[in-house]
Ligand binder design. Structure first.
Ligand code: CP
Length: 305
């Protein structure tokens, strides 16, 4: 069905629907599998809480063996390449590698160059792609709204440095959503592989009539060293608060955030603690089921095994 999970751009709609459908079966308890002969290696060379631990839990829920690769204590320091490392993992019997790294395109490059069949799952590469995050966000929207078609989905914040924004924009476009983005000039971007978006620089027009508001943190780890963030301007122009959601977005609009949230910056402390922000943890719950679905489909039906 699919051999690796590298980005959203190359996933067709039928595959996305299959992943979502499988996640739904896992969540409802209609599907339960035990795959003790499969081994998944987690290689996170950039920090993570949600993605790393939910992939680990997902693999364990499927009865798979998990290995945590420590980038800082590995033989990378002795000059071993990533490709050679993964060939060695294959020789040990590893079936899938979950990779997070700061380099754009590294997962796709790796998938092209390894010599043995290890399924590569991109868990976030630079500001390029975060496919499982987009899938779990999509799944959460479907759970709440039934469809994204024709819905106004506004993504607010540091778009320029966000792989979550890029993967979500591409996925939501495939399924007919009206995607809007909102950022100050220093966080704006337009490189979405041809996906259609409406761009805003003012929060009010982005929020106006929105069905979903997805808030992004400032990705400080990817800011240029000499960039001086105008924090006060950013907060006054772009911070989401209960009052601006209530005033401009549709009644009951979904508030989403991929996490981690930095309350007081992209979102007010008050909104973060509100009932409306509970969806953010529902996204995290759904991440486990989406990652179970992806691992199961890759390792039971994928061509890589
Ligand atoms: N959403 C997300 O990727 O969170 P982590 O960086 O904690 O994995």
């Amino acid at each position: 069905m699919f051999k690796n999970l590298l980005d959203i751009q190359n996933l067709d709609k039928a595959t996305v629907e299959k992943i979502v459908d499988t996640a739904k079966k896992f969540k409802s308890g209609k599907l339960s599998v035990n795959m003790p002969d499969k081994a998944v290696c987690l290689m996170f060379c950039e920090n993570s809480t949600r993605t790393k631990l939910s992939f680990e839990l997902a693999a364990k829920n499927l009865g798979m063996k998990t290995l945590n690769f420590e980038c800082s204590t590995s033989s990378f320091s002795k000059g071993e390449s990533l490709e050679a490392t993964v060939d060695n993992l294959a020789a040990m019997g590893v079936n899938a590698l979950v990779l997070r790294d700061r380099t754009n395109g590294i997962a796709a490059e790796l998938a092209k160059n390894i010599r043995y069949p290890v399924a590569i799952l991109n868990a976030g590469d630079g500001n390029h792609a975060h496919p499982t995050q987009a899938l779990l966000d999509f799944y959460t929207m479907l759970e709440k709204m039934g469809t994204v078609e024709g819905k106004k989905i506004s993504i607010i914040g540091d778009i320029a440095h966000s792989r979550v924004a890029r993967s979500n924009i591409q996925l939501l476009n495939k399924f007919g959503a009206n995607v809007h983005i909102c950022a100050p000039s220093y966080f704006a971007a337009n490189d979405f592989c041809g996906a259609k978006v409406t761009m805003h620089t003012d929060l009010e027009s982005a929020l106006s009539g929105a069905d979903v508001v997805m808030c992004l943190r400032i990705q400080r780890e990817r800011l240029e060293n000499d960039f001086k963030l105008p924090v006060d301007d950013y907060i006054s122009g772009y911070q989401l608060k209960s009052e601006n959601l209530e005033k401009f977005a549709k009644k009951g609009a979904l508030l989403m955030h991929p996490g981690p949230v930095n309350p007081g910056y992209e979102m007010s402390e008050e909104l973060f603690k509100s009932e409306r922000a509970k969806t953010i943890l529902e996204q995290v719950t759904n991440g486990v089921y989406i990652r179970m679905a992806v691992l199961y489909l890759l390792l039971s039906e994928g061509a890589a095994v």
